[in-house]
Design a protein around this ligand. Structure first.
Ligand code: UD1
Ligand code: CA
Length: 451
């Protein structure tokens, strides 16, 4: 059986007061519509179709290959929106799931239940409903005496009695495709607003003697739709609770989940502790037994096992195992700290590999460099990698001791076992096991290396 989703995303989202299309506003780091597409994956078999209108170009660009997009221009209501997909889908799918792209908390399981309800329904459509005390302007569900749905009444036309109905239209539907394409053309133009409302299709089904079944949702939180930035923040908070809960159930400790800001898609291994005020963004992957934070901001980075990241910022960086950084370390793109590296306060590393056991305790900048194992980088060391036009590499060997405040003027190679004196300005390559001092640094004697 072929099942295809149509996501409605053409509306203006006026109340967001934004130049960004509403469905591209991020929730847990991913555009609102990304969440809707994720939820829909579980219950459909075909590529989804997104109805775009306001901000169509931007939305379509975001969608890429993940969905087909169809333009609705002008926007004449939710029924008219679904109709735009007819040319693309007619004869190509058995069932059609329709939902609104501004409900990012709707779960995949819920949509699956909707589809199952329709599969067991002799009629042509099923829909999601929820019982709630706060009607939030949603359409009210009127039921027949046999328990099937007889109508959705929008709030602005509801009678005072209908307004008291606690069962609401969530905005998720599943249709038999053949019936849907025909019925869409029979939806009457709304006399007050001049639009075609998908909700009016319920009465068409009832008149066709096709029972409309409701799948009643238990968690009203899933139905929060976003119309303003207040709703946006409510959904963000709810999504954060959901994401953090999942990590905790998978073995991650959180001292204060309310202050752990973890984006959708971030991976964290067991027995890792997330301390307060930690931000984990994009494709970050964290292994087991780490302590992250407090006050860590980590984006697109990989962390192995048993590392500590205290009050530090990482972006596009990699830590292997047993690495500790911070407080106040900054790792930029291409920084790779191998096993047992220690990086203390006020250091910056970019496009560089620190091989196992490197120590870099205080106030250093390392850029475009390779640093051999067990080398010590003294306080205040700087790789002078930029001559105003180009970046140049620095290669430091194993067991090297770079004295405090050394300036390493790249391109530069420092041999294994070499040392630099405090304040040296090194402009020429240094041979193995050699001590250099001064400005510019000159060799003064040969060294014996301790093994
Ligand atoms: C709709 C339902 C209402 C339900 C509520 C739940 C209708 C008529 N009413 O009302 O019963 O309780 O959702 O949130 O469907 N859209 C288009 N093209 C259009 C109009 C809308 O793509 O021409 C899209 C919007 O971008 C939005 C969605 O459809 O994603 C819903 O439209 P909206 O205007 O927000 O409907 P509601 O008034 O919330
Ligand atoms: Ca809405």
């Amino acid at each position: 059986m072929k099942i295809t989703a149509i996501l409605l995303a053409a509306g203006q989202g006026t109340r967001m007061k934004s130049s960004l299309p509403k469905v591209l506003h991020p929730i847990a780091g991913k555009p609102m519509i990304w969440h809707a597409l994720e939820a829909i994956k579980h219950s459909t078999t075909e590529k989804p179709v997104v109805i775009v209108g306001h901000g169509a170009d931007e939305v379509t660009r975001f969608l890429g290959d993940s969905a087909e997009s169809v333009l609705q221009e002008p926007q004449l209501g939710t029924g008219h929106a679904v109709m735009q997909a007819e040319a693309l889908l007619k004869g190509k799918t058995d069932l059609v799931v329709v939902c609104y792209a501004d409900m990012p908390l709707l779960r995949g399981e819920t949509l699956q239940r909707l589809v199952e309800t329709q599969i067991n329904n002799p009629g042509a459509m099923s829909m999601l409903t929820v019982f709630a005390d706060d009607p939030r302007g949603f359409g009210r569900i009127v039921r027949k005496s046999d328990g099937t749905v007889s109508a959705i009444v929008e709030e602005y036309v509801a009678t005072p009695e209908q307004k008291l109905i606690k069962e609401l239209n969530v905005g998720g539907y599943c249709f038999k495709a053949d019936w849907l394409w025909d019925a869409l053309h029979r939806i009457p133009k709304n006399p007050q607003k001049g639009e075609y409302y998908l909700t009016d299709i319920v009465e068409l089904a009832v008149n066709d003697n096709l029972p409309v079944q409701a799948a009643v949702m238990e968690d009203a939180e899933e139905t929060i739709g976003i119309n303003t930035r207040v709703h946006l923040s409510e959904v963000e908070a709810a999504m954060r609770v959901r994401i953090n809960r999942e990590h905790m159930l998978n073995g991650v400790t959180m001292l204060d989940p309310a202050s752990a800001y973890i984006e959708a898609g971030v991976k964290i291994g067991r027995d890792t502790t997330i301390m307060p005020n930690t931000y984990l963004h994009d494709k970050t992957e964290i292994g087991e037994g780490n302590v992250i934070g407090p006050n860590a901001i980590i984006r697109d980075s990989k962390i192995g096992n048993h590392c500590k990241v205290l009050a530090s910022v990482m972006e596009g960086a990699v830590l292997d195992d047993d690495v500790d950084i911070g407080p106040f370390a900054r790792l930029r793109k291409g920084a790779h700290l191998m096993d047992h590296v220690h990086m203390g306060n006020f250091g910056e590393v970019k496009d560089s590999t620190l091989h196992p056991g490197v120590k870099m305790g205080h106030f250093s900048y390392i850029g475009n460099a390779q640093i051999g194992s067990n080398t010590n980088i003294g306080a205040g060391t700087i790789t002078c990698n930029y001559d105003g036009e180009k970046k140049h590499p620095t290669e430091i060997g194993e067991d090297v001791f770079i004295g405090s405040d050394t300036m390493l003027v790249a391109p530069l190679k420092i041999g294994d076992g070499a040392r630099t004196g405090a304040g040296a300005v090194v402009t020429k390559n240094v041979a193995e096991d050699t001590l250099v001092v001064g400005m510019p640094a000159r060799a003064i004697r040969k060294l014996e290396r301790k093994k």
